[in-house]
Design a protein around this ligand. Structure first.
Ligand SMILES: Nc1ncnc2c1ncn2[C@@H]1O[C@H](COP(=O)(O)OP(=O)(O)OP(=O)(O)O)[C@@H](O)[C@H]1O
Ligand SMILES: [Mg+2]
Length: 385
């Protein structure tokens, strides 16, 4: 039979045992041709039974050659018929034409099954590619939405700045007149000075928003310690109202090469966040010291500003979103732009920012640390104060 099949272009494998047959099936045999007697080998019915658990696209064709007439192995044949999916029973003696034709049909059917298998695999991979595409598109849409929101916010800021400009001029003039008013006490004069300085800062921010392209691009040496003290002074009233205890350890004359207004903006945003997060009676620690960078690789070149609070803390899932624009947990009260702006400012100063937080009762609170590269002039002043 093998010779006959070979003559017709098939590659028959004669299996001497059930193990060998199982191996050939595993390797992808196109069809199984068995004699009735082989069913008596203990493992063959078991092997046929296993064919039941083929993948849904697969039905290995099995052809059994019987003696014809009443078979003494009728029971085994029945078993084979229920087990194997496509079972053909041929009675011997069998004409060579019938045998070849039957094998041909079986192989063709098996080939179809493989085609179906490949098609299924292909459409599965197409489906997962489509899903991935969909995910990417959704991500892009989300990004686009944010960019649009930012553009709208920018426009709004510019028009606000424009509107604010006129009353600002008026108040600045009024303050100027007040400062030169002779009947003013020393304390009132100092308050008027503070108001003038703050107003000048607002005025600069407004001008920057109006003339976006003409923002001061060359940094200068700024004493961060002074800037910080000034900020804390301005916030004093806010701290008092929120009943917060303030601890400040500020290393004097900590010069940074930078843009003072933006540095103030960063510090104020962080202080504001801390105040907003901390309930009455809480504590706020502000420290500024000379230090190494995070990895200790730059031992004399950094100033570390740390602002910690005993506020509500930030949950783990929110920590990763803090610097995204418009991420806020304050509903209408927050824009979610504060930290995004702070990160931009820190990056502009070639610094880095880290936020640690806990919502556990025993150490609830948030610590924001910023490393600022020091200006060259104090690089040699010492470390770790
Ligand atoms: N010190 C902090 N303690 C607890 N949560 C904080 C703290 N700082 C920031 N967060 C959380 O991070 C979010 C984002 O802060 P971010 O300053 O960017 O925006 P915002 O304060 O909500 O709004 P705004 O634009 O007015 O600053 C806050 O809504 C808050 O949930
Ligand atoms: Mg904020």
């Amino acid at each position: 039979m093998a010779t006959l099949l070979m003559e017709h272009g098939f590659t028959p494998d004669i299996c001497g045992s059930a193990t060998e047959l199982r191996e050939r099936i595993r390797e992808g045999a196109g069809a199984v041709l068995l004699t009735e007697e082989a069913l008596e080998l203990a493992q063959i019915p078991e092997l046929l039974d296993r064919l039941r658990s083929q993948p849904f696209w697969s039905e290995l064709p099995v052809i059994i050659l019987t003696h014809g007439g009443e078979s003494r192995l009728a029971r085994l044949l029945d078993l084979a018929a229920t087990a194997a999916g496509v079972l053909t029973i041929l009675e011997r003696p069998i004409g060579s034409g019938t045998l070849v034709r039957t094998i041909e049909v079986a192989i063709r059917s098996r080939r179809r099954q493989y085609q179906v298998r490949d098609l299924i695999a292909e459409s599965r991979s197409q489906i997962s590619a489509l899903k991935e595409n969909e995910r990417l598109i959704r991500m892009q849409e989300e990004r686009l939405r944010k960019v649009e929101k930012l553009a709208a916010a920018g426009q709004l800021a510019a028009s606000l700045a424009h509107e604010i400009n006129n009353p600002l001029e008026a108040v600045t003039n009024a303050l100027y007149i007040l400062q030169n008013f002779s009947g003013l006490s020393a304390e009132s004069l100092q308050l008027a000075d503070t108001a003038t300085n703050e107003l000048a800062r607002v005025s600069r921010i407004v001008k920057q928003s109006l003339s976006y392209y003409r923002v001061d691009r060359s940094p200068r040496e700024v004493d961060l310690s002074e800037l910080l003290e000034e900020s804390l002074r301005i916030f004093q009233e806010k701290f008092r109202k929120a009943d917060l205890q303030i601890e400040a350890r500020i290393h004097p004359q900590t010069n940074i090469l930078g843009f003072p207004d933006e540095m103030r903006q960063a510090v104020d945003n962080l202080l504001l966040n801390a105040v907003e997060a901390t309930p009455k009676g809480g504590r706020l620690c502000v420290s500024l010291r000379l230090t190494k960078d995070w990895k200790g690789e730059n031992p004399s070149g950094m100033a570390r500003l740390t602002i910690s609070d005993t506020g509500c803390g930030i949950s783990g899932s929110q920590l990763s979103q803090l610097f995204e624009p418009f991420f806020t947990t304050k509903a209408e009260k927050g824009n979610g732009l504060g930290l995004w702006v702070v990160r931009g400012i820190v990056a502009k100063h070639e610094g880095s920012i880290k936020i640690r937080s806990s919502t556990k009762t025993e150490n609830r609170g948030t610590t924001v640390s910023i490393l600022w590269p020091l200006a060259k002039s104090i690089m040699n002043a010492g470390t770790d104060h």
